[in-house]
Ligand binder design. Sequence first.
Ligand code: ATP
Length: 328
Amino acid sequence: MPNKIKKLAVLTSGGDSPGMNAAIRSVVRTCAYHEIQCIGVYRGYEGLIEGDFKPMGARSVRGIINKGGTILKSARSKEFRTPEGRQKAYQNLVDHEVDGLVVIGGDGSFTGALIFNQEFGFPVMGIPGTIDNDIFGTSHTLGFDTALNTVVDAIDKIRDTASSHNRLFFIEVMGRDVGHIALNTGIAGGAEEILIPEEDLGLDRLVDSLNKSRKSGKTSSIVIVAEGDKIGKNIFELKEFVDENMEGYDVRVSVLGHMQRGGSPSCFDRVLASRMGVKAVETLLEGKTNYMVGLLANKMELTHLDKAIKGKTKINLELLRVSDIMST
Ligand code: ATP
């Protein structure tokens, strides 16, 4: 491996997700394995601008693979969006003799990394960390699997109370622009209907579906609603609509919110984070830059950051059909 790189830095940026710590650990330990130095940058690009750096060795990341959140903290930095802010960040990296940067975050963080590379020629590598699974170039982003498990666990618990009282529950899950969490957890949690941003199913279909499931003898109903559902009503308005237009329903609403971002990462996310960290560091050591590491057909693959940022993930139509059939 041609190795001009002697020191790398790693940061977490944007929204946190379970598995970020496991990825930090992997980056740090892969650096140690290849006998290069590693610096942790606190609070994302904000810390890069302020020089909030800490040298990290293999032992400094002990006991974190099972922890949610990020020990390096995350932030959104307005200053990094300005050329002056990025100049300060670059100067800090030069002063600390850093030769490359691993950015763990979402597409906004990757946009910042790409602009930074274009301005200063500084080598950057991305690891996709977000629970939304909305990044092109990987079948799974870090944290997605854990979030699915968290949501399914919540649905199961809500189901217990729903079926004891013959209730209809609308459960809101994260996903402003994409319905990956809603679709997968809806199927796994046995939802009667799943409302996602990609498809406007319309209120008529919701009414039909609820009537059908009542006639078929179901004692409780669960409808999973992605935050960005396009039916045109938020989850509380959906409840009002059913209260006003459908008789005999005891309707409740549950917004799962930020609990979906927390918790100990699943086995899948820990393994994925470990693989992504190794691939990110070794790709930089090979002299490559501006890529995101991703999982495709169970292999670690590289996607150019530009493509990862601009590409759109698609909803799996087969899952929509499966969900339809399962709610029969
Ligand atoms: P999430 O998916 O959780 O929102 P994200 O990485 O997309 O994560 P953003 O807030 O969009 O989160 O971006 C994180 C940071 O990346 C921003 O606070 C900013 O510092 C930097 N960034 C985003 N877009 C740009 C840009 N166009 N130019 C420079 N920096 C940017």
